[in-house]
Design a protein around this ligand. Structure first.
Ligand code: ADP
Length: 267
């Protein structure tokens, strides 16, 4: 199954059932793994020419609730990428200095330069979702920030940055299982924050906020894709394929050696 860009409010389905891929069981686990491996290899191959080409930057935005699989997606999908061509930026609660700037200040600084793939583990969308749910942004304030984000992303697009935005959508049950595991498994304890439970208690408010934000910021130049994320291997396969296809569509080429180089011989 391919991930489709969100084109209208009708495409924004965030119920629990939407976190699973219909008919997912038809493909064996091994077949999914093989398909993912193929896409991961495609990304690695394309990244080499993407880096050499140097005309484009690729920004991948990963959003999703706690335990929706942002870290796991990064680990699996980019496993074959040359670390020299890739950056990962995580965005937590703004520091006092960050909070004194406009909300895009810290984000803009992490946008990848041409030739690089930049991955955002959370993003500027936290600056709309969290204050909206916590009552610090009213509806007009939220819409204003959405417009500012659209302008920002359009400007990046006009400057060579391709933006792929993924919302990893987990069901309430699956999130419960994953958070419980973080509490019980000593190797996963470090991932658990008490705040995760507060956000979980606001499940419906977050769903409403996500719905509004996806609706107002899914643009032609930077559309959202909602990833059914309850099944981790399928999630990886779908995200990897979308990224590989996007790189493939950039018409990448190795720069031509200039003629003087061509005539040289290494003794
Ligand atoms: P993660 O949960 O992604 O592994 P952290 O434990 O550092 O990483 O948690 C990040 C937390 O910071 C999340 O609860 C997120 O909602 C919050 N956060 C990120 N950006 C903002 C923001 N701009 N305003 C408020 N909270 C934010």
């Amino acid at each position: 199954m391919k991930l489709h860009p969100v084109k209208s409010a009708r495409d924004i389905r965030l119920d629990d059932d939407d976190a699973r891929v219909p008919g997912a069981g038809r493909q064996s686990g091994k077949a999914v793994e093989r398909a993912t491996a193929k896409q991961v290899e495609r990304i690695a191959t394309l990244q080499r020419v993407f880096y050499a080409d140097g005309r484009h930057a690729l920004l991948i935005v990963l959003q999703g609730r706690d335990a929706s699989g942002k870290d796991g997606t990064i680990r699996k999908v980019f496993t074959a990428v040359n670390p020299q061509g890739c950056t990962v930026s995580s965005f937590g609660v703004p520091t006092p200095l960050e909070a004194r700037h406009d909300f895009l200040w810290r984000v803009h600084a992490q946008v990848p330069p041409r030739g690089m793939i930049g991955i955002f583990n959370r993003s500027h969308y936290e600056d709309i979702l969290v204050p909206r749910v916590h009552g610090q942004l009213d509806k007009d304030g939220m819409l204003e920030r959405c417009e500012q984000v659209n302008d920002f992303e359009r400007m990046l697009g006009e400057n060579g940055v391709t933006i792929l935005k993924f919302m990893l959508h987990v069901s309430r049950d699956e999130q419960r299982r994953r958070l419980q595991e973080r509490i019980e498994d000593p190797e996963k304890n470090w991932k658990f924050r008490a705040g995760d439970l507060d956000d979980r208690a606001r499940w419906d408010e977050f769903t409403r906020a996500y719905r509004a934000v996806l609706k107002h910021t899914s643009t032609k130049h930077a559309p959202w894709r909602i990833v059914p994320a309850d099944d981790k291997p399928l999630r990886d396969r779908m995200v990897a394929e979308t990224i590989a296809d996007a790189l493939d569509g950039l018409d990448l080429r190795y720069p031509k050696a200039d003629t003087t180089v061509k005539d040289l011989t290494v003794e």
